[in-house]
Design a protein around this ligand. Structure first.
Ligand code: C2E
Ligand code: CA
Ligand code: CA
Length: 531
């Protein structure tokens, strides 16, 4: 039982693991998948941001080239008209004007400021090809606003730094644009923190953070780089979707595994396999019901009857013997009954050579000489006489008449008397029985029950008794429960009886004790069959 319990618990554990493992694996894969997508998305976003920064810078360069071709002197009406044209044409150019001697001269937005002496600060950078660049420069038009100003050959353009970073992004991921020559921060999106982005830029975006992913991208043509970041949970909506999908797959696969394990366990726990286990472990007992001579109620033998207690419940032999017959388990069951009978009663049988035990055998046991061979081998050297082990066959074996005739003859030849069990309930008739040589006829309990009662079926018993006498076989009445039945049977010459009036089936030790007790009359015993 312990081994089976461990097999069952192992199977249950396996079922659980089989159910849970795919789900856990699914969660892990979903997590990895979401992480990879998040990083890919962010890298793509950084590339878009650097393209925008390039586009804005090229507009400044192109605008200055247009302005260089302006006819007439600086701040002339023709010049101012050309500057207005540039502002209108270049989306990211906010203002375009002329400077000289470190001062603003004019622009369409400032007007002519030559007399106002508006000083220009020193540029943050002078490039080799003549460009002057002011990073985050304060525009004279506004105190609040910081521009990027680019100048060349007396012309300048002002560009709103936000143009570099105002990409349409529903996730509002922070962006920072840096000059790769000076490491200066050119532009920062609304939600970005300058120190944080600068740190990430210096670390080339290799920042370890539980909350953020960072990515960077560099321009191939301009000295520009961008740093972007996205919160790790910014893809949570997507991540939960993926997780949901993987979980569903995990649950389906897990459910399938669980169902298969459950089926396997159910099969293992099926009644026939439990019976097979019980037979193999010899967990089936044998009890012995006394057989008495009716005339003087002397016990002359006993019938071996199987008993099986499963989880504290008595299983009826009528049920499990039939299951054994249908599942190829009857031969090991018959062998088990023989083994236990000899193991438990050999000493007693040797000491009482006239006492016998009858064993029930099924038709399958009689198709070949197998059981007779087993029986003969088992008795060898035990000192038990063959006549002490008798064979009970039911009428059903007569279906295969020729084989049965030979088997019966072989048992009798080997010295084992043969009984026909449950007589009257099966297929045969008395006349059919004439063609077989048997020793004892057991009249079924159903005919004995009606004896000495006013029932129509009570005519069957006297009929069987009469015919048995004519055939010259001895008679054993089954299921005797009342004294009136004994009187009736004795009167008609029935020699033997078996029934609760004399004794119920009992264990071998109790049988031996019961037989040894001095008594004037055998008392009913309550052993195997009473709880
Ligand atoms: P069976 O061979 O006809 O066995 C006699 C049955 O009648 C037994 O039932 C016995 O307990 C019951 N019985 C005996 N006296 C009385 C009585 O006075 N009143 C009542 N009500 N019943 C009585 P059990 O032990 O339940 O066995 C049922 C059947 O199971 C047996 O009928 C036999 O066909 C089968 N069986 C039992 N043991 C074996 C076995 O070792 N091998 C095989 N193949 N079949 C067996
Ligand atoms: Ca029997
Ligand atoms: Ca019977």
């Amino acid at each position: 039982m312990i081994k089976r319990a461990s097999i069952v618990s192992a199977s249950v554990a396996l079922g659980c693991i089989a159910s849970v493992a795919p789900v856990l694996t699914s969660i892990y894969i979903a997590e990895e998948d979401a992480e990879r997508r998040e990083r890919d998305d962010l890298r793509e976003f950084a590339t878009k941001a650097v393209m925008r920064a390039e586009l804005v810078s090229y507009q400044a360069v192109a605008a200055l080239a247009d302005m260089a071709a302006t006819p007439g002197p600086p701040c002339s009406p023709a010049h101012l008209a050309q500057l207005a044209h540039v502002i209108f044409n270049y989306r990211y150019v906010q203002d375009a004007g002329a400077y000289g001697g470190g001062q603003y001269l004019c622009s369409p937005l400032l007007g002519d400021v030559r007399e106002q002496h508006l000083t220009m600060s020193e540029p943050d950078r002078r490039s080799n090809d003549g460009y002057l660049i002011w990073y985050r420069h304060k525009n004279p038009l506004s105190d609040a606003r910081q521009d990027i100003q680019v100048g060349r050959n007396g012309n300048y353009v002002s560009i709103d730094a936000q143009s570099y970073v105002d990409l349409i992004d529903p996730a509002r991921r922070p962006i920072a644009v840096f000059s790769t020559e000076t490491n200066a921060l050119l532009a920062l999106s609304m939600d970005a923190d300058a120190a944080d982005m600068l740190h990430a830029w210096k670390q080339a975006a290799n920042v370890s953070s539980d909350q953020w992913h960072y990515a960077t991208a560099h321009s191939a043509t301009l000295p520009l780089s961008v740093v972007v970041k996205s919160p790790r949970n910014s893809l949570l909506g997507n991540w939960t979707g993926l997780l949901g999908m993987w979980l569903s797959i995990g649950v389906v696969v897990g459910g399938l595994f669980g169902w298969l394990s459950f089926r396997k366990i159910s099969q293992q726990l099926s009644f026939p396999s439990t019976l097979e286990w019980a037979i193999a472990r010899k967990r089936i007992d044998v009890c012995f019901q006394p057989i008495v001579t009716l005339a003087d109620r002397e016990c002359v033998g006993a019938e071996a009857l199987v008993r099986w207690k499963l989880n504290g419940l008595d299983i009826s032999p009528d049920i499990f013997v039939a299951v054994a017959e249908q599942n190829g388990l009857i031969q090991p069951l018959t062998d088990l009954v023989l083994d236990k009978t000899i193991d438990e009663l050999s000493t007693f049988l040797r000491s009482r050579p006239s006492f016998y035990v009858s064993i029930n055998v099924s038709s399958e046991d009689l198709q070949t000489s197998r059981f007779l061979d087993v029986l003969t081998a088992r008795l060898e050297g035990t000192g038990i006489r063959p006549a002490q082990i008798r064979i009970e066959l039911t009428e059903r074996i007569f279906i295969n008449a020729d084989t049965t005739r030979q088997t019966i003859a072989a048992f009798r030849k080997a010295g084992h008397p043969v009984y026909i069990d449950d007589f009257g309930t099966g297929y045969s008739s008395l006349s059919y029985l004439q063609t077989f040589t048997i020793d004892v006829l057991k009249i079924d309990k159903s005919f004995i029950d009606t004896i000495a009662q006013d029932a129509a079926s009570s005519i069957v018993a006297p009929h069987i008794i009469k015919m048995a006498h004519e055939l010259g076989v001895e008679i054993l009445a089954e299921g005797v429960e009342r004294d009136a039945q004994v009187d009736y049977l004795v009167e008609r010459g029935v020699q033997y009886g078996q029934g609760w009036l004399f004794a119920k089936a009992m264990r071998s030790k109790e049988l031996i004790a019961w037989l040894g007790e001095p008594r004037t009359q055998l008392e009913p015993m309550k052993q195997c069959d009473d709880s």
